[in-house]
Design a protein around this ligand. Structure first.
Ligand SMILES: Nc1ncnc2c1ncn2[C@@H]1O[C@H](COP(=O)(O)OP(=O)(O)OP(=O)(O)O)[C@@H](O)[C@H]1O
Length: 246
């Protein structure tokens, strides 16, 4: 496997904000085409790990590599698409689904000023990938939570990333449409070999679609596939929560 085939490499990473370590000795390797879900309870360090991987926090202990390059030297951020928690976004602005997705090309407007037709094709292709083509002209505020989330996934996809990072993509989304959202992710992963890194505290809807699961609670307590995760017992989870002494 060439170096670039390992999309994310996390080696012996620890992190502390002040006195307490919130991450301890994390080691993870994400080969191209993997759908990795990081699951863990509130405060388990999921966001901290994501911030370290995306360079928002400085990695002071251990090493993180993206596409084979140390995160400190990594510059090809267009290879990474990011979908943040729905709750963090303002969606009540007057923009169509098309315009929201096109905003994902903002960094490339220099190029697309001269090629508006290509920009339009790319936006429509991204909307098609999440099965939202027919909603292109709809105001984003008029769409359901799950539909909006698909539009935001399309916005992350429009720049053709090789890695898509999703932070709690199902937060606040109606349970009935979470499964449809998961199917969209599965399709993207299987059909385009897009590498996915999803962070959640709710594993149930992700289990049927993810290829790897890491259970994080300060450290990685479990790393394996969905079948292996299903075989975990209650006492294993008590141990993960640090409750085995009770
Ligand atoms: N900026 C900060 N300064 C100090 N402590 C922090 C800071 N950010 C997070 N923490 C602490 O670090 C720990 C891990 O937080 P983090 O946000 O990474 O967890 P999380 O798994 O993403 O939680 P949640 O699911 O609630 O979002 C928590 O105890 C949190 O209080």
């Amino acid at each position: 496997m060439s170096e670039s085939e390992t999309i994310i490499e996390v080696k012996n990473v620890s992190y502390r904000y002040d006195e307490t370590k919130v991450l301890e000795n994390i080691t993870l390797s994400v080969p191209r085409g993997t759908f990795l879900t990081i699951v863990g309870p509130n405060g388990s360090g999921k966001s901290t790990l994501l911030k370290l991987i995306t360079g928002l926090l400085k990695c002071r202990e251990g090493e993180i590599r993206l596409f084979g390059k140390r995160v400190e030297e990594f510059k090809e951020w267009e290879k990474i698409g990011y979908v943040s928690q729905k709750a963090n976004r303002s969606i009540h602005f007057p923009a169509t689904a098309f315009e929201v997705v096109r905003s994902g090309l903002a960094k490339r407007t220099g190029l697309f000023r001269f090629y508006p037709k290509e920009a339009k094709d790319q936006v429509m292709e991204a909307l098609r990938a999440v099965d939202m083509e027919r909603y292109a002209g709809q105001n984003i505020g008029a769409l359901s939570g799950g539909e909006q989330q698909r539009v935001f996934i399309a916005r992350a996809l429009v720049g053709k990333p090789e890695l898509l990072v999703l932070d709690e993509p199902t937060a606040g989304v109606d349970v009935k449409i979470v499964d449809a959202l998961m199917e969209v992710l599965k399709k993207l992963n299987r059909e385009t070999r897009l590498t996915l890194l999803l962070v959640t505290h709710d594993i149930a809807p992700v289990l049927p679609v993810t290829s790897q699961i890491a259970y994080l609670n300060r450290t990685i307590h479990f790393l394996g596939n969905a079948g292996e995760f299903r075989r975990l017992k209650n006492e294993d989870f008590l141990r993960f929560y640090g409750l085995d002494a009770y």
